[in-house]
Design a protein around this ligand. Sequence first.
Ligand code: FAD
Length: 305
Amino acid sequence: SASLRFHGERAVWLQPNSLDEFLRLKSEHPDARVVVGNTEVGIEVKFKNMVYPVILAPAFIPELNKVTQTEDGIVFGAACTLSHMGAVLKQAVQTLPPHQTEVFLAVLEQLRWFAGLQIRNVAAVGGNIMTASPISDLNPVFMAAGCKLTLMDKDGSRVVHMDDGFFTGYRKTILRPQEILLSIELPYSKKSQFVSAFKQSPRREDDISIVTAAMNVTFTPGTDVVEDLKLSYGGMAATTVLAKKTANRLLKKRWGEELLQDACSLLAQEMILDPSVPGGMVTYRRTLTLSLFYKFYLTVLQKLR
Ligand code: FAD
């Protein structure tokens, strides 16, 4: 069937039917704004006076809505709504062995406090990633979990890990103008791995976060010695960040009082904010980086028992 095309006074709306057509249009119009749920772009247009002359709406392209299980995890097309993703993850948590679903549970925890149902029913996972907001609730989880993202343009695709190289600045990512986000893979966790996510906002429900965090620790099997650790924070810089120095210094240490002390003093040195930073609440936000780690510390301690 023919794809839709609407011409308005200020904008052209292009709704491709196939992935090929979407990629071709994106290369013809690299400045076109991709719109799926419109819960970010709508705000920009209505309240920030942004004008996007060409809008590309790929919400109904099958590849962007697909969910597939692989050997390593579950792959979600970028246009999957948050509600759909939540339903799939809940199902996975019910059917898979518990040790495999630590990342999924962390995502579900964030979705529980993410906007309201109306927003979650239309907002897409790709829209959250690509907005690259420093206070995204999901990006810290994706980053701590080292999720794989598949990017595509008309000439092919590439797979990148979501690490601190993915976000290049305030609301900026490594995607080239002709590229789109095709999908994200959420990995299964391993037996000696624990993942948690936290959101602190003024109000519990339907509110913008002050600080978000996601933490992912893997122990040497059968021990409480840290083999791998990722601590990701939102609300502490212009992008979602990893507290790399802290995490590296905690490797090979046992999960105990001493590690907790070290983590707190290292985080206090690493997660700093300029007194004039947008959003204010500098002392509060810095304290949160420690108290959220403390929560993680206790959660993991209990699971290790
Ligand atoms: P859209 O507005 O359609 O697009 C967002 C951006 O992503 C655009 O720049 C678009 O070009 C780009 N994009 C989308 N898909 C692709 C793709 N496949 N390839 C390349 N670029 C793409 N966010 C939170 O983190 N936590 C919250 O609690 C929260 N609450 C909210 C509450 C309200 C009332 C509102 C309005 C928003 C809230 N948000 C929240 C922000 C927003 O809902 C999310 O970021 C959402 O995931 C965006 O998805 P979308 O499909 O609506 O994005």
